[in-house]
Design a protein around this ligand. Structure first.
Ligand code: ATP
Ligand code: MG
Length: 288
């Protein structure tokens, strides 16, 4: 069976051969299935960004392999070039990479590199802009005249317009207010639902990951320390804490309720889930 992404013994060093050499990821064996929404969590410096930068060939392994749909992406130049279009990478604070004179040109940049026809480029720009909620009248404006949240959407549309099979986000909601965070999570979930693409999201927020992921991968000390469903991973609170990760606040609140003898479930990871349970409890119907 071919996986959307598979890494075999993937290892990457920074400053190789110098006294400052660091193994940023070491012997990572990971499989991501087609159509999955995978959340990657891990403490600062654990190796998350380095790991995902290998998925579209932005970094080259010092040893090991990255396979996309079963093919080694570094097999030859052509494969690597195609991988860049197949695997879309949306960096942290992607709005800093906007540089064109108009929003239209920024969203069109990827499709243009793919050498698509003008008509197809136009269709893709309109589609991606509509999807992320960028208004048509903004397309002719300079991206620098937009608000921070709008700029982020333009940058995301610029990756979506390449219609990648696999879309990767590094901290997509960083720096946004709670409303903006929630909207962005919904956008990512909708994108996956509508396109059936494989989606990978790196986030510091365990709650954001709980809201969307089918599977969670925990990166610690340059390698994959745990993986499984949200329930399987989040129920290992002690181990997560030892890796510098904190279960969501709402989970802690429910643990305190349980400690007081209130009959509520232990596996509550999102505020919405918690609110639903409290509403049922208040109306005397909580039997979970
Ligand atoms: N360009 C670089 N040069 C040298 N070392 C680097 C470079 N980028 C990252 N590192 C080091 O590699 C390790 C992994 O970094 P990486 O950025 O992949 O972690 P991360 O999990 O994405 O962290 P964060 O949560 O802060 O984004 C860290 O020790 C980091 O200091
Ligand atoms: Mg990072």
């Amino acid at each position: 069976m071919n996986y959307a992404i598979e890494t075999v013994g993937l290892t990457h060093y920074y400053s190789k051969g110098t006294p400052h050499q660091v193994a940023a990821i070491s012997d990572v064996n990971l499989r991501i299935e087609k159509g999955e929404l995978v959340g990657i969590i891990g403490h600062t410096g654990s190796g998350k960004s380095t790991l995902i930068s290998h998925f579209n060939g932005l970094l080259k392994p010092d040893s090991g392999k990255v396979l996309v749909n079963g093919v080694d992406i570094h097999k030859d130049k052509e494969t690597l070039r195609n991988t860049r279009f197949k695997v879309g990478l949306c960096f942290q604070y992607p709005e800093y990479q906007l540089f064109e004179e108009t929003v239209y040109k920024d969203i069109a940049f990827g499709p243009k590199n793919m050498k698509l026809s003008e008509a197809e480029i136009k269709e893709r720009v309109f589609k991606a802009a509509a999807f992320v909620g960028v208004k048509k009248e903004h397309l002719t404006q300079s991206p620098f005249d937009l608000s921070g949240g709008e700029k982020r959407r333009v940058a995301i549309a610029g990756v979506m317009s390449m219609e990648p099979e696999i879309l990767i986000f590094d901290e997509p909601a960083a720096g946004l207010d709670p409303r903006g965070r929630k909207d962005l999570i919904e956008l990512i979930k909708d994108y996956r639902k509508q396109t059936g693409s494989t989606v990978i999201v790196v986030s510091h927020s365990m709650e954001d990951i709980a809201c969307m992921a089918d599977r969670v991968v925990v990166v610690n000390n340059s390698t994959v320390a745990m993986q499984g469903s949200v329930d399987e991973v989040y129920s290992r609170g002690e181990e997560l804490r030892s890796m510098g990760l904190n279960v969501p606040e709402i989970t802690e609140i429910f643990a305190k309720l349980r400690a007081k003898g209130i009959d509520v479930p232990a596996n509550v990871y999102t505020v919405e889930q918690g609110a639903g349970i409290l509403r049922r409890l208040a109306s005397g119907r909580c039997s979970e």
